[in-house]
Ligand binder design. Structure first.
Ligand code: PEP
Ligand code: MG
Length: 759
């Protein structure tokens, strides 16, 4: 039988459900009628409703399964297909239920003869309060349209369940975890820093009063108006973006605008209204679907874009329901720590910067737009914090530690005092580092160390003068690609590079050509012909991509050459593995230079070419490459992962191998020595250079240039000024020729004996 359209299937069912809902019958009787209606509507022999009771999903009503099983069959969350749907808040659609690994046979139900199975969660407050499922004798997968109808019906059921008090609200709200006394929650540090404040939920929960529409046209009218209003708001926000034009935020808002005007999205909402839902329920319905899809998406970048869409859906919901206020518009407390499942960048921008001290997210990732915005605002963010809603009440005191990745909820006075003391100390330290801004980092025995900073966004540039760094030793140009919804056009690249050079003034900037691929996947650039990579870090990335897609590199070369007209251009190639790759990349730049010369364009005064040493093989050919290099930058993040064969983003390996190992230090020293006598500047630009003990060791093996995260510039300058270079060089020489059992310990002792702070 051809599947009916989702709209008409859902509409037929909803019309019949409407009468049931309006009737005065008992809740159980209503559920019994509901399973009949849905079973008939979807032409399914079986339709069952399971509801959450005392932590178990209990069969409350069924058509087609044995009636004796009602209120007898119970599944734990995560148990069997029903428990899996409830636990994961996900839909299952199976042609053969028994083939699924989670299938759990319940003989009392008499379900042996049914093969196909589809189930959807019944969701309330983003948690499953039940499961609605259908089964069929034929082994067939249900059509997408049927699943959608099922999901729509599940929404209506959630209203019925709430009105009839069929499930325990306390249980749903997750009130079981302690809501009193101190708690510590851990998360992922997305923006570092400390904050003390009161918990404020970004969104006072919007309660959807009615799910089923009385008047379809009126609902359509309401949603059309809401769309207009939302688009107006986004356009206004884009024109008033507080970070000025041309920044990453402009691109963020552009992505936003794209979604706001997305026809597919509005069409789906209209279809849901057509099937009989109210405007609010239709928006929520589409949002639920988006959320479910998002969970299935592995690509973090794409998932971030989906969050933008959710941000807009929330906005639309607020407009349509008239429950307009987010916490941003409700008179914010002076020390607010904002809590949200996730936030869109535009939502964050609505907050008063002076009152907002920190952000806690249940989701969130390092590359999310909102994190970029928060970083620009200087607000610490902790992401992936679990059980926030179950643990934190509005107004609770919070100690947010973005450095160590945790938050203390309702701290005891002693905890708050200790935190405040740390906070004060960190502020003091920041002030002391800031005071070093104009102080040149000379070692005690008079060697000038170059302390530069790493950057990648326009918003990073003010840090150059704030920290007094000697320049930008690594500008990661791929960041612009990562925050764009589409491949940045040449003009846009030129604008960024020129702004960066302008902001740097006399200080040098080293631009690294795009290092995409590996973990930095661009959804709009299928660089590997869509092939799955087993080891992306060792795969089709960086210069390997750029040399094949030379259009990409050519555009970037033109943009850099034009941006650096009349100045020195420092350009560096990532992941060079063999000298010919460097030559080929250089040739792309040189031919663009010739072209521009032919066009009588103003050219850079000089071009300095450099390579990154990240692949150990290149170390064996540095003598070959050195005469062609102006500089070499050692990317220890990648280099060490390759030396140890240990994935740099693997959490289990994160602490296993030490940067301060004899192997790494000997390797780096050999690299450094092999370039003595060549006029090649050698810099270390990996994260290790920003740690004091590691920096000490690097200075001890002859490294004189570091490029590090801006927050480390002050601490490293301070360290440099306390060191006697001859002394640490002698110590390192000795340790590398006769290694101590633990180099880190030896260095720590050495520093302590000299009163040099290492943290
Ligand atoms: C490195 O690998 O050390 C480096 C600086 O580059 P990235 O961290 O961007 O890979
Ligand atoms: Mg690298």
């Amino acid at each position: 039988m051809p599947a009916p359209s989702a709209v008409s299937a859902a509409r037929t069912i909803l019309t019949r459900l409407h009468d049931v809902m309006a009737s005065r019958s008992h809740a159980q009787a209503k559920l019994n009628q509901v399973v009949e209606i849905i079973g008939e509507g979807l032409d399914s022999e079986v339709c069952s409703i399971y509801l959450l009771r005392e932590g178990m999903l209990e069969l409350f009503a069924t058509r087609g399964l044995a009636q004796e099983a009602v209120h007898v069959t119970r599944m734990a969350i995560g148990e069997g297909l029903v428990g899996t749907i409830g636990g994961n808040v996900e839909t299952l659609n199976l042609a053969e239920a028994t083939a699924h690994p989670d299938f759990s046979y319940r003989p009392e139900t008499g379900e042996d003869k049914f093969h196909s199975f589809a189930g959807v969660p019944i969701v309330r407050r983003e948690r499953s309060v039940g499961v609605l499922c259908v089964q069929h004798v034929d082994p067939r997968r249900y059509e997408e349209v049927e699943i959608e109808a099922l999901q729509t019906v599940a929404m209506v059921l959630s209203e019925l369940i709430a009105n009839a008090d069929l499930v325990d609200e306390e249980e749903v709200a997750g009130l079981s975890p302690q809501l009193s006394g101190p708690q510590r929650l851990t998360g992922l540090s997305l923006v570092k820093g400390l904050a003390v404040g009161s918990a404020v939920y970004h969104q006072p929960r919007i309660t959807i009063e009615h799910v089923m529409a009385e008047d379809r046209d009126a609902e359509l009218q309401r949603v059309y108006l809401a769309f207009d209003k939302m688009r107006e708001q986004i356009d206004r926000m884009a024109s008033q973006a507080e970070f000025g034009v041309g920044g990453e935020h402009e691109e963020v808002l552009e992505t936003y605008r794209m979604f706001a005007y997305d026809e597919g999205w509005s069409r789906r909402i209209i279809e849901a209204i057509d099937s009989g839902l109210t405007a609010e329920a239709a928006i929520e319905r589409v949002q639920q679907r988006t959320r479910m899809r998002m969970r299935q998406i592995d690509d973090p970048l794409l998932a971030d874009r989906m969050h933008d869409l959710e941000d807009l859906a929330n906005r639309l919901l607020r407009i349509v329901s008239g429950q307009m206020g987010t916490a941003a518009s409700m008179g914010l407390r002076s020390d607010t720590i904002l809590i949200a499942r996730n936030l869109g960048p535009a939502e964050l921008l609505e907050y008063d910067k002076r009152r907002l001290k920190g952000v806690l997210l249940e989701e969130g990732s390092l590359t999310a737009h909102v994190v970029i915005v928060a970083r620009a605002m200087g607000i610490p963010v902790l992401g992936r914090v679990r059980s926030l809603r179950g643990t934190v009440r509005d107004g609770d005191q919070l100690l947010l530690d973005g450095d160590q990745g945790n938050v203390t909820v309702r701290p005891l006075p002693a905890m708050a005092e200790a935190f405040e003391a740390r906070f004060a100390k960190s502020k003091e330290r920041q002030a002391a580092y800031a005071a070093l801004r104009d102080v040149e980092p000379f070692t005690r025995d008079g060697t000038r160390i170059k302390v530069m900073m790493n950057a990648g966004l326009r918003d990073d540039m003010p840090n150059l003068s704030l920290t007094g760094a000697d320049g930008i030793g690594l500008f990661r140009t791929e960041f612009q690609f990562l925050v764009s919804a589409t491949l940045p056009a040449r003009e846009r690249q030129t604008r960024l590079y020129r702004d960066v050079l302008d902001a740097a003034g006399d200080k040098p900037v080293v631009f690294r050509t795009v290092d995409i691929g590996g973990d930095k996947v661009l959804p709009y650039l299928r660089h590997n012909d869509g092939e799955h990579e087993e080891n992306p870090a060792m795969g089709w990335r960086a210069l390997r991509v750029a040399l094949e897609r030379d259009g990409l590199l050519k555009v970037q070369a033109r943009a850099l050459l034009e941006a650096a007209a009349g100045r020195t251009l420092n350009v560096m190639f990532p992941m060079v593995s063999e000298p010919w790759e460097f030559d080929a990349a250089r040739e792309v730049f040189e031919s663009q230079r010739k072209y521009l010369k032919g066009q009588k364009k103003l050219l850079p005064e000089a071009i300095r070419y450099g390579a990154m040493l990240e692949v150990p093989a290149l170390a064996e050919q540095l003598d070959v490459l050195a005469p062609r290099l102006s500089f070499l930058s050692i990317g220890t993040n990648d280099l060490t992962q390759f030396l140890f064969a240990a994935d740099r983003s693997h959490t289990k390996l994160a602490e296993r191998y030490d940067w301060l190992s004899t192997s790494i230090m000997r390797f780096l020293k050999r690299v450094q020595l092999s370039l003595v006598g060549h006029s090649v500047d050698v810099t270390v630009c990996g994260e290790m250079g920003g740690r004091r003990l590691e920096a000490l060791a690097l200075l001890g093996i002859g490294i004189r240039r570091l490029s590090i995260t801006p927050a480390s510039v002050g601490p490293i300058k301070e360290l440099v000024r306390k060191i006697d270079l001859a002394e640490i060089t002698a110590a390192m020489n000795q340790w590398l020729s006769a290694p101590p059992p633990n180099l880190r310990e030896a260095l720590t002792r050495w520093a302590e004996e000299r009163g040099i702070e290492i943290e």
